[in-house]
Design a protein around this ligand. Sequence first.
Ligand code: MN
Length: 329
Amino acid sequence: MKFLSSYRRIAVVCHPNADPDCLGSAYALRTAVRAASPRTEVEIVVPEGINAAASKMVESLRLEFVTSLPTECELAVFVDMPSLDQLPEIKAALHSRRTPYAIIDHHTPEKDSLEGAVFSITTRISSTCEIIYNSIPKKYLDRQSLLALLTGLIYDSRRFLIQPNSSISAAIRIIRRGTDYAAAVEMLLNDQDISERIAKLKGAARVRIYRARDWLFATSRVGSFEASVARSLVDLGADLALVASGDSGPSRVTGRLSERFQKATSLDLAESVMRPLAERFSGTGGGHPSAASAKTAAGEEEALAAALSLVSAALGLSQDELKEVSTQG
Ligand SMILES: [Mn+2]
């Protein structure tokens, strides 16, 4: 707070498709900076939209944001994203104006972005909201901010499935400050869009299944909602799911691992699959060990095949260990 209070105008920048963890962090950070340093102006910048899970939160917190970087901003704070490459236009604007930036994040750090930051907190815990809660003197957090942080924490920990010991104990501390758990869960309840449900069912219909030792991998292609489809395939029983969209290219590939598979193999989907995939097809990639994605210049079939062979290489599988399981008859 001391560092941030030394600036007059701050922009808190959210990642593309901003989720409740990102927006909850931005909201609480803005409230806290305003409380600690009334002369500091803070704006939340959402340059590339919010995701469906965050719409109710934005509505009920009356969360106001702008969509482009204010010209007078003296410091940009990136929340919940490790790399400026996710926002090329913002990156270019900061560079040309020589505006310093900070990173507050819980993903696998990206070296170049981290080294260029004037300030950073990167901790590998369940959510950025948990980092924000732990880092801010509690007198600067009002009830709404605590609710926003709890909502983001519940969302990103997948209701305490990820790093449960730390996420549960942080949630308890937030609840003890007078936040209602049910209200936070309520903010995440969302009647799922019909197009998302169609994407999930199409994703299941187009699945290709591979077996390697006792592991099952699933790949599929959809027009959108790749992350939701990949998560659904893991819920159906896949240890690893890779879902692509983008036909003949450019394409996006999103991957998810089951917790059990990630623990047993220590496969880091961000480092071993999505980053090299993006490098090979001149795109961008990153994420978490068990949830990551890449944008590539390749078509979806080529990108999926390459991702699958990166998985095989990372697991040390020989060619005849990976077999496709027929879905016919
Ligand atoms: Mn997050």
